[in-house]
Design a protein around this ligand. Structure first.
Ligand code: GSH
Length: 228
């Protein structure tokens, strides 16, 4: 069986971006299976492919890998010359710390600013303003911590990415986070805006965003705009 990567909707499934980027950085060709989230039949479909009922889930070599960071680490073990982590050990350790922190924290930002690659604030009357969204508990503090991480990484490694010139898995972890500030039109410090733009324009993110646009046409933009 060729490897199969089960993914959620491109416009809204932030962790799917991370798992998909991992497979591309790891050089693993996969057959993709998309499962729309938040539909009545989504839970059984998710549970059928992933023990946690969450995606991404990679089916490979008779195993199921149901977490984006675990997928990345498996890919790197399979081929340590791949682009998942930097070649330099110090940069690799740093990138792993960054990816692990993004993986384990920032739930307030995730929940306070739900990802939607298509929507742009303001789109219709009645939506809370981006100022109100930033005032949701933990969103400002989480954002400030991420800005500090971007600043430190670029000061150490010269940018444009977290570990220097090469996009690695730590950038994949940040890409969906960065997209939220674009969706809601939130202005951060100029160097943060520069990092966000770099992430949005990375080759992998451009490819994924094009996919989200196609999906929005397929599903109906009114439905996508109403989500979440
Ligand atoms: N830690 C997991 C998180 C996966 C996750 O939460 N995925 C979301 C989609 S972005 C999901 O499948 N949610 C189930 C649902 O919406 O029903 C990972 O890194 O893969």
């Amino acid at each position: 069986m060729p490897p199969t990567l089960h993914l959620g909707s491109a416009w809204s499934s932030s962790w799917s971006i991370v798992g998909w980027m991992a497979c591309r950085l790891g050089g693993l060709p996969v057959t993709e299976n998309r499962i729309f989230l938040s539909r009545p039949d989504s839970p059984p479909k998710l549970k059928a492919v992933s023990p946690s009922g969450r995606v991404p889930a990679l089916h490979v070599d008779g195993m199921v890998l149901w977490d984006s960071l675990a997928i990345a680490e498996w890919l790197w073990e399979r081929d340590p010359s791949c682009a998942i982590w930097p070649k330099d050990p110090a940069r690799r350790a740093y990138a792993r710390c960054v990816a692990a922190e993004v993986h384990s924290h920032f739930d307030d930002v995730r929940n306070g600013l739900p990802m939607n690659l298509i929507k742009r604030w303001p789109i219709r009357d009645g939506l809370p303003s981006n100022v109100k969204l930033m005032a949701r508990p933990g969103v400002r503090a989480g954002t400030e911590r991420m800005e500090a991480m971007w600043r430190d990484a670029r000061a150490r490694h010269g940018g444009p990415y977290i570990a220097g010139e090469e996009f690695c898995f730590a950038d994949a972890a940040f890409a969906p986070m960065c997209s939220r500030y674009v969706t809601y039109g939130i202005e951060l410090a100029p160097d943060s805006m520069d990092f966000i733009a770099t992430q949005m324009e990375s080759p992998l993110m451009r490819e994924w965003r094009a996919r989200a646009e196609r999906e929005a046409d397929e599903v109906g933009r009114d439905i996508v705009m109403a989500s979440p």
